[in-house]
Every structure is written in structure tokens, then in C-alpha cells.
Design a protein around this ligand. Structure first.
Ligand code: SF4
Ligand code: SF4
Length: 82
């Protein structure tokens, strides 16, 4: 999963781009729910949020390092429950 750092300027552009609705407004800045973020695996070739972020503040979340297989499994779980 990816994460949003405190460099976020709350510009709102990433939230609508997320195919998994993983991005939400937190207490002070936007946040990513790691249970929903597939790093866009299953939907796109590259993380959409990261492509649109003007301040480049969406790195990998070191607490949620996942393989492509794990991300694809998460994608299948999420889409099955929709
Ligand atoms: Fe959403 Fe993709 Fe960004 Fe994860 S990488 S938060 S799935 S847009
Ligand atoms: Fe924050 Fe970047 Fe999302 Fe804008 S695109 S709300 S700066 S994380």
C-alpha cells in the first residue's frame, strides 16, 4: 500500500482518482486506508494518486510492503465484496 505524508497540501486531486476508494480526508490531511490500497494493481499500470499529486507526497507505506500477488489477491477480495 501507499501512504500520504504530512507534505500533503489537501489539494483534493488524488481522492477521486482512486479506483478503490482508499483515499479519504483525515483529521488534518488526506490519508490512505492500507486495507483498500492495491497500489492500483488490477486497475492500472501505475498508482493513479501518485501520478496526479502535485507535491509528490505519496510513497510506499513501509508498514505495508506487499508483493504483486498479495496486491492482486487484495484487489480480488475488494472487487468480490462490491
Ligand atoms: Fe488508490 Fe491506487 Fe493510490 Fe492506492 S495507489 S491509494 S489504490 S489510487
Ligand atoms: Fe495531498 Fe497529494 Fe492528494 Fe493533493 S494529491 S490531496 S497533495 S496527497
Amino acid at each position: 500500500a501507499l501512504m500520504i505524508t504530512d507534505e500533503c497540501i489537501n489539494c483534493d486531486v488524488c481522492e477521486p482518482e482512486c479506483p478503490n476508494d482508499a483515499i479519504y480526508m483525515g483529521l488534518e490531511i488526506y490519508e490512505i486506508n492500507p486495507d483498500k490500497c492495491t497500489e492500483c494493481v488490477g486497475h492500472y499500470d501505475a498508482p493513479q494518486c501518485r501520478q496526479v499529486c502535485p507535491v509528490d507526497c505519496i510513497p510506499f507505506n513501509p508498514q505495508y510492503t506487499e508483493s504483486q500477488e498479495q496486491l492482486m489477491a487484495k484487489y480480488k477480495l475488494i472487487t468480490a465484496s462490491k
